[in-house]
Design a protein around this ligand. Sequence first.
Ligand code: AMP
Ligand code: ZN
Length: 459
Amino acid sequence: MIKLFNTLTRKKELFKPLKKEVVSMYHCGPTVYDYAHIGNIRPYIFADILRRTFEYNDFEVKQIINITDVGHLTSDEDEGADKVELAAEREKKGVREIAQKYTDQFIKDLGQLNINTEQTTFPKASEHISEQIALIKELEDKDYTYITSDGVYFDTSKFEGYEKLGKLNVEQLREGARVVKNPEKKNPSDFALWRFSPKTEKRHQEWDSPWGRGFPGWHIECSAMSMLYLGETFDIHTGGIDHIPVHHTNEIAQSEGATGKPFVNYWMHNEFITVDGKKMAKSLGNIITVEDIARKGVIPLAYRYWLLQAHYRTRVNFTWEALEAAQNALHKLYEQYFALQSGGEISETYQKKFTEYINDDLDTPQALALTWQLLKDDTVPPEDKRATLVSFDKVLGFNLDVYKPAEIPKQVLALSEKRESARKEEDWEKADKLRKDIEELGYTIEDTNKGPKIKPLNS
Ligand code: AMP
Ligand code: ZN
């Protein structure tokens, strides 16, 4: 029994898949015009936990993350320049090259966070132009469209229930709560399906269409590609909460307008990551990338750990201190796991609780707390703890089995032995001096009743 919070109803609902054993999911992917920041990556850690939760419950998962390499303008509302074309000019490279560079980087980032993409399909918008044109034609045949001097638009007043996902106030929309820059639009919420190329300049990417040469609007790619790969109705569609009022609202209008069938059964959205209380965003100049984390000497998986401490529908504020604390906790988890013998059995009591938590709308904070509870529980034999942690890690994805404790350099071991002799001779001054020498090499010594324990500093 899996319960998921559905944005459509604003309630936790029992998940009922369309097919008995297969779940179909579509996640709005990146616009590949720059490095993704860790806020941009949150949606995919969330999607990864969702995928792993279904697999934990013995479902097969069909998963799509699209790559937006054309049509996303600098404003989400059909204004401004194409982000990927702008990047090509900024970096003096071809559009394809730019798109490939940032797609590769994105997939590398996902790998560093142990996001499982082996079976994920990453379709590109620029490679699905004919499907997008076919969908626009379908909408035109059904009289949902009109043509202006710069493109083909969707008339949102003709689609009943346009406001349903965003619980938008239609009156406000009609009166122009959104700033209308295009006087040819019939309603402020209308959006472009196809844009004509400017007459005076040649775009890097443009195609012929029944309406004239140009390129697709940003929203149509997600409707066309999700329905191509997953069918006209599929189970789950996800994205950041900013997608609710515009992008996903428009996807529903286009898809349901064309097919007359429900598009998606469960809409799920993650909250933002903030810095000093403000959304992490390129435009605010407060972004941090996965590479920045690695450069600071923090392991990228610490970001995954930090994020899982909060529920995906909770807004979280990023600080380096919090990330370092997460890294300490993760190292502690690795060390404790490593010290356990193998050959045990999964504790059914703990597995049952774990499943209850993750199946309750992905309650990762509770699942993490349970992990520490298990480690402290003296009634569970160590080898069973290990087997149970291996099972939890299928969902949490900390890569427990890849961890090896850092090897202590010989020089540090030699100094530690000298320090032990000095301590035996009660030469405290010498012992202290040797401790400092060891610290200068990046290690610290903890004196335990089993002898000295050497650890890397900051671990
Ligand atoms: P953008 O590059 O702004 O189009 O965002 C790409 C994806 O990242 C979208 O799904 C956004 O919802 C998501 N996103 C952007 N900024 C944040 C943030 N600060 N926290 C969480 N998600 C974000
Ligand atoms: Zn999308």
